[in-house]
Design a protein around this ligand. Structure first.
Ligand code: CMC
Length: 391
């Protein structure tokens, strides 16, 4: 028995690591609110940057505040020219999540004089730089994988339109943004903006608690998001759907394999630590999936497989008993694919969406006088004291 140590809680299932006023979740009721606003209302009425402001500063922006925020972000989209060459050193088949986290870490080396965590103006500037440059870095990771030239940002375009052009435009032809695509992507990014103490946000908070700068903290968050049990699930879902299609097995057979825990496989895009009911984001994403595919005139058999899989799982006792429902990642991949993104970019899109949430938590942490360096306890299970052998 060790004195002074609290209960062992693998995965922090029962332990609050902080107080927070940003996002409210009631997992049993399937409720998600950003700063008190229900996610359904947020998704129907806002834009990505408006929600970013709401999450970071706590209240909705006035029209002037929103315009100023938007303009400031547009002014900071350019990467340092040397930073553009950073991508040359990486292999063309590098996973864009590795590129993203490395580039965000590297970005801080260009701003060494403005990394103070105690100077609110410098923190503000770092947050603006990250919001402006993360989509550009993401698009360059994509372009690099295609062997295409990088485009410079076009600051006359909105946040999402600029991002789409950087990904899908070429130097050869002018690029026209499809408004259906733009609206759908904006909505998906909104749905990813925050989700309280998930693994990547907790990572950002943990790193931030050491007074590491914003870039270092966000880079760590991106790495935490990469894993298939977290943000990487959206890429994994598409892989799973494609495997089912190619295997010749029926969807029901695949579900049986999952239930038998064959090779440890799980139904990717299903289950959630907090939601023991339908993930409210998944409901909204599913609506978008049908709309976007219809609008783009895309017929994807993977969507049919996804819908059949969902139905079989929802009717099955294994999933009912364990309260496993589709989560936000289940249908996003099908939409991103229809938009033209390769599967390896899916988690990068999640990261762009989640950035405002990470920043809001980093800022909240640094403004909370109760903050202490994160330092969990452990239950020691090793050898008792013993003497070094005398040889
Ligand atoms: N497919 C099959 N069985 C599952 C699944 C699944 N997706 N998720 C959980 N289970 C089973 C699990 O095997 C366990 O069964 P048993 O009691 O027989 O051992 C039971 O349900 C409880 O699972 P758990 O691992 O203790 O649950 P958790 O809260 O620790 O894990 C999770 C949550 C999201 C990691 C897990 O549900 C999972 O691995 N899902 C698939 C990956 C995924 O879609 N991740 C995205 C999460 S949402 C977006 C995000 O935050 O990134």
């Amino acid at each position: 028995k060790q004195t002074g140590y609290t209960a062992l809680d693998y995965g922090f299932v029962n332990t609050s690591a902080t107080r927070s006023a940003i996002t409210y979740i009631d997992g049993d009721a399937g409720i998600l609110r950003y700063r008190g606003y229900p996610i359904e209302q947020v998704a129907a009425n806002s834009t990505f940057l408006e929600v970013a402001w709401l999450l970071i500063y706590g209240e909705l922006p006035t029209p002037d505040e929103l315009q100023g925020f938007d303009e400031r972000i547009r002014r900071h989209t350019l990467l340092h020219e040397d930073m553009r060459r950073f991508f040359d050193a990486l292999p063309h088949d590098a996973h864009p999540m590795s590129v993203l986290s490395s580039a965000v870490s590297a970005l801080s080396t260009y701003y060494q004089n403005s990394l103070s965590v105690r100077d609110p103006e410098q923190v503000e500037l770092s947050m603006i730089r990250l919001l402006a440059k993360l989509p550009v870095i993401a698009a360059y990771a994509h372009k690099k994988s295609l062997g295409q030239a990088f485009l410079y940002p076009d600051n006359s375009l909105s946040f999402v339109d600029n991002f789409l052009r950087l990904n899908f435009g070429t130097l050869a032809e002018p690029y026209e943004v499809n408004p259906v695509l733009s609206k759908a992507l904006d909505r998906l990014l909104i749905l990813h903006e925050d989700h309280e103490q998930n693994a990547s946000t907790s990572t950002v908070r943990m790193v931030g608690s050491t007074e590491a700068n914003v870039f270092a903290s966000i880079s760590a968050g991106i790495n935490a998001l990469y894993g298939p049990l977290h943000g990487g699930a959206n890429e994994a879902v598409l892989g799973m759907l494609a495997r089912i299609r190619d295997s010749g097995d029926s969807v029901a057979q695949y579900v049986e394999r999952v239930k038998n825990k064959e090779d440890g496989i799980r139904l990717m895009g299903f289950g959630h630590r907090v939601y023991k009911n339908y993930d409210p984001r998944a409901k909204l994403v599913k609506e978008s999936a049908n709309e976007v595919l219809a609008d783009l005139g895309v017929k994807d058999p993977l969507l049919d497989i996804a819908m059949e899989l969902e139905q079989i799982a929802l009717d099955d006792d294994y999933f009912k008993e364990r309260k496993l429902y589709p989560n936000v990642d289940f249908y996003t991949g099908v939409i991103y694919k229809a938009m033209g993104f390769p599967p390896r970019m899916f988690t990068v899109l999640f990261a762009i969406g989640r950035l405002p949430g990470w920043l809001a938590h980093w800022r909240e942490l640094n403004q909370d006088p109760a903050t202490k360096i994160g330092r969990p306890q452990q239950l020691y299970t090793g050898a008792a004291e013993r003497d070094w052998p005398q040889r």
